[in-house]
Design a protein around this ligand. Structure first.
Ligand code: PLP
Length: 410
């Protein structure tokens, strides 16, 4: 099925990657211990698997899951709900919860994720933050780090209600932002403007490092359950973790003013949310190893990649810069053909809601759009970058990548 020469090259890569893989194992061990301790401290039992329907009053499992998330993120409170459609939805709820007319939202990591364009009002929409007279400003990154000087100047000028930091690169060409950089910039923000809320889009970054942003001063963090923390088990939802007063605002925006976290049926999701979190340190490790392997082997084959195999990893995303439309499409088609679900479907570029350019998406996943499962996508624009992420096991990840490479070389 896979060419002998390619298998030999894969083996060579793995030998050279041994130390890097060992480091990923070490982080996974650390995060596994963190999760297990939190389960123990919260006395998780099968009682927490029972569910509620309807209004969802007194959902013991749901409330306990939120305590578990609070403890994993070492913060005051959490909102972990299947009523969030996606990461974008949770970010949207968070922004609308925290901002009021005439307030300012400032992004300091450049333009946010494409699906937020209409939420913020960068692209016109009658339901955007802009339509409620909420201002948006942006400071771009400078050489893949924060523009500390500009940020300080802006904060000294007039009050900014919310600063958003998106750690993972989204569909941009910049590097993703490490926890150390997040810590450094939060120190600056809190020194100059202590009342500014720092909100982090943490998508794809959970459990890649030993610390989460709430451990280095972030007020609120948001992420998706069909990415890292769901481990392919949780079939929808998102989380918001952070300061208690802010989580309260988010819960009233998601649910109903006056009802906050008291409502929201778990609809049989509790066991899957707990199992997903439990498996996540390992699944994130498998996905990371797949990304590192991809980087190494494609570099050896002469492709440009970002990050490099020996760069520090911040998220699970691997870029391959094809500079060639056909190659991008072929590679994605190769990933799809090695997927467990819909392997006979041939993905083609299409106009996805929420995105500016046409996008090609390979995602033969058990959960629709789940990108902790091996998936690969990219906007059809220069320089034709594939954004590959996920793999529930390293073995399936490796097979997928080798199949996609075979398609390329045809
Ligand atoms: C995936 C992602 C989101 C949210 O995407 P959804 O598909 O709506 O869950 C937001 N920001 C970043 C950086 C992401 O990677």
């Amino acid at each position: 099925m896979i060419d002998e020469k390619l298998l030999k090259l894969a083996n060579e890569c793995e030998i050279e990657l041994k130390d890097i893989y060992d480091n990923v194992e070490d982080i996974s061990m650390y995060n596994s211990l963190k999760v297990l301790n939190v389960f123990k401290n919260n006395n998780i039992s099968t009682n927490h698997f029972y569910t509620t329907t309807g209004y969802g009053y007194n959902d013991l499992g749901r409330d306990t899951i939120e305590n578990v998330y609070k403890d994993v993120f070492k913060c005051e409170d959490a909102l972990v709900r299947s009523q969030f459609i996606s990461g974008t939805h949770a970010i949207t709820v968070c922004l609308f919860a925290l901002l009021r007319p005439s307030d300012t939202l400032l992004s300091i990591s450049g333009k946010p994720y494409d699906t937020l364009d209409e939420v913020i009002g960068i692209r016109d929409n009658n339901s955007s933050l802009k339509s409620f007279n909420i201002n948006y400003e942006q400071i771009d990154l400078l050489n893949d780090d924060f523009d500390y000087k500009k940020i300080e100047e802006r904060l000294s000028n007039s009050f900014v209600k919310v600063i958003e930091i998106q750690r993972s690169k989204g569909y941009s060409t910049r590097k993703s932002i490490s926890i150390d950089k997040v810590e450094k910039v939060i120190k600056l923000i809190k020194r100059v403007s202590p009342n500014t809320i720092v909100m982090i889009d943490n998508c794809y970054c959970e459990f890649v490092s030993k610390k989460e942003p709430t451990e280095v001063g972030a007020d609120i963090v948001v992420g998706s359950l069909i990415k890292n923390l769901g481990a392919g088990i949780t079939s929808n939802g998102a989380y918001i973790c952070g300061r208690k007063d802010l989580i309260h605002l988010c819960s009233e925006r998601l649910n109903v003013p006056g009802e906050a976290k008291e409502v929201g049926p778990s609809m049989n999701m509790n066991k899957d949310i707990l199992l997903g979190l439990f498996l996540s340190p390992n699944v994130v490790k498998e996905a990371l190893k797949t990304s590192i392997f991809t980087s190494k082997i494609l570099e050896k084959l002469g492709y440009s990649v970002e990050p490099k195999w020996n760069d520090e990893r911040v998220d699970i995303v691997q870029n391959i810069i094809f500079n060639d439309k056909d190659k991008l499409i072929k590679y994605c088609q190769g990933i799809q053909s090695a997927s467990p679900i819909d392997s006979n479907v041939i993905p083609i570029p299409w106009d996805m809601p929420g995105y500016d350019d046409e996008v090609i998406m390979a995602s033969g996943s058990f959960t629709q759009g789940s990108s902790i499962e091996l998936s690969c996508d990219g906007p059809i624009r220069e320089p034709y970058i594939a954004y590959q992420q996920g793999a529930l096991t390293y073995q399936y990840g490796k097979i997928g990548v080798l199949k996609a490479i075979s398609m390329l070389e045809k």
